[in-house]
Ligand binder design. Structure first.
Ligand code: ADP
Length: 363
C-alpha cells in the first residue's frame, strides 16, 4: 500500500516577515499505485513539497499522511519511502552490488534476502553484467539505473523522484523515461516524480500536478490538462510551443477587440462567442489555427522549419501569434497578409485578472 494525502500543506523558510513562503496550501490525494508528476517552473516549490513527503524538510503547517497515517513527525527512515535524486549520490568506492545492498545491510536484512532483492532489481534494470563495477566505470545512464536499483531493493511504499533525469543527455533522457514507465508498470509502486520539464510530465504522468508560486494550478490526467487548462498559467506552461494567449476586450454586443501592446499597430476586431463583456485572455493552441480564405488577418513575420512541421510566427493586430502546421502544407508567402481561423471549441477564455478559465455563453 502507499496512498499519500497532502492536506493544506505549507512551507515557510525563515521567520517572521523575512520568511519565504515556498509552499502555500497544497492539498492532493494520491491513490496507491499512482504515478504522479509534479511539474512547474523553477522555484515554484516542487522539490520542497517532495522533501516534505520524504521527511527531509519540516512541515510548517498542514498535514501529510501516508496510508492514512500522519507522518509530520515521523523520521524519514521510518516513512518507508525511497528517493531518487538528480545527482545519483552513489558511494564511489563501492561496486554496483554493494551500492544497492548497503541500505539493506544497515537495516539488518539476512544475506540471502539481500542477494535475492539485488538480483531481482538488477534483472529488472538490466544491470546484471555490471554488478562488480565501480560507479566511475559506468555511464551516466547506468549510474542513474543503479540509483533506481537502490530505491527498488528497499521495496518502499512510495518512490520519490527529484528531477532524476536532468543530468542525462536528451536521448538517454527519453530512453530512461521509458524505463521508468516500464518499471512502474511492473512494480506498481506509488510514485511522485518532480520535473520542470512539461514534456517529461506529459509523457510520464498518469496524473499531473501543475504548480506555480507555491500553489497548485491544476491536477489532472495529461490529456485533460492539455485540452482544458484551468488557468492561463497552465495554458501557457503545458504545450510546446505554448498556447497563444491574446489580451482581448469584449463589448456588450460580443464583439472582440484584440488589444495590441503599447506602441503597436491598432487592434483587430472580430466576432466570436465570448463568456461576456470585459477583458479576457483568448487562448488558442498553435496547432488549432488553420489557414483560410478569410478570418483573422495576420501578418506573417518568419517561418521556422522543424522537419515534419513548421512554426509560422505572425502578428494579429499587433499581437504575436504562432501557427503550427504540417511541413507539406502550402503557406502564404512571408511578409504577406493571410487569414487564420479556429473552431469555437478550440478557443479558451481566461479572466484577464485572475487567469481563471471561463466558458463562453450559449449562442
Ligand atoms: P523548485 O523545486 O520548484 O525549483 P524549490 O522547492 O526548490 O523550488 O524552492 C521553492 C522556493 O523556496 C524558492 O523560492 C526557493 O528559493 C525557496 N527555498 C528553497 N529551499 C530553501 C531554503 N533552504 N531556505 C530558504 N529558501 C528556500
Amino acid at each position: 500500500m502507499g496512498s499519500v494525502s497532502l492536506i493544506d500543506v505549507h512551507k515557510r523558510y525563515g521567520q517572521g516577515t523575512a520568511a519565504a513562503h515556498a509552499v502555500r496550501g497544497v492539498s492532493a490525494d494520491i491513490a496507491n499505485g499512482e504515478f504522479i508528476v509534479i511539474v512547474g517552473p523553477s522555484g515554484c516549490g516542487k522539490s520542497t513539497l517532495l522533501r516534505m513527503v520524504a521527511g527531509l524538510e519540516e512541515i510548517s503547517e498542514g498535514e501529510i499522511r501516508i496510508d492514512g497515517q500522519r507522518v509530520n513527525d515521523v523520521e524519514p527512515s521510518q516513512r518507508d519511502i525511497a528517493m531518487v535524486f538528480q545527482n545519483y549520490a552513489l558511494y564511489p568506492h563501492m561496486n554496483v552490488f554493494d551500492n544497492m545492498a548497503y541500505g539493506l545491510r544497515i537495516r539488518g536484512l539476512a544475506r540471502t534476502d539481500i542477494e535475492a532483492r539485488v538480483a531481482q532489481a538488477a534483472r529488472i534494470l538490466g544491470l546484471e553484467a555490471l554488478l562488480k563495477r565501480l560507479p566511475r566505470q559506468l555511464s551516466g545512464g547506468q549510474r542513474q539505473r543503479v540509483a533506481m536499483g537502490r530505491a527498488i531493493v528497499r521495496e518502499p511504499r512510495v518512490f520519490l523522484f527529484d528531477e532524476p533525469l536532468s543530468n542525462l543527455d536528451a536521448k538517454l533522457r527519453v530512453q530512461t523515461r521509458l524505463e521508468i514507465r516500464r518499471l512502474h508498470a511492473q512494480l506498481g509502486t506509488t510514485s511522485l516524480f518532480v520535473t520542470h520539464d512539461q514534456v517529461e510530465a506529459m509523457t510520464l504522468a498518469q496524473r499531473m500536478i501543475v504548480m506555480n508560486a507555491g500553489r497548485i494550478e491544476q491536477i489532472g490526467v495529461p490529456d485533460e490538462v492539455y485540452a482544458r487548462p484551468q488557468t492561463a498559467f497552465v495554458a501557457g506552461f503545458i504545450g510546446s510551443p505554448p498556447m497563444n494567449l491574446l489580451p482581448v476586450q469584449v463589448d456588450a454586443l460580443g464583439n472582440v477587440l484584440a488589444r495590441p501592446g503599447e506602441g503597436e499597430a491598432p487592434g483587430y476586431q472580430f466576432t466570436v462567442r465570448a463568456p461576456g463583456p470585459g477583458q479576457w485572455l483568448l487562448g488558442v493552441r498553435p496547432e488549432r489555427l488553420h489557414w483560410a480564405g478569410q478570418g483573422w488577418p495576420v501578418q506573417i513575420e518568419f517561418i521556422e522549419l522543424l522537419g515534419a512541421e513548421r512554426l509560422v510566427h505572425a502578428r494579429l493586430g499587433g499581437l504575436p501569434i504562432v501557427v503550427r502546421c504540417d511541413a507539406s502544407m502550402a503557406i502564404p508567402e512571408s511578409s504577406r497578409m493571410a487569414f487564420v481561423t479556429a473552431r469555437a471549441e478550440d478557443l479558451h477564455w481566461f479572466d484577464a485578472d485572475s487567469g481563471a478559465r471561463a466558458e463562453p455563453g450559449p449562442d
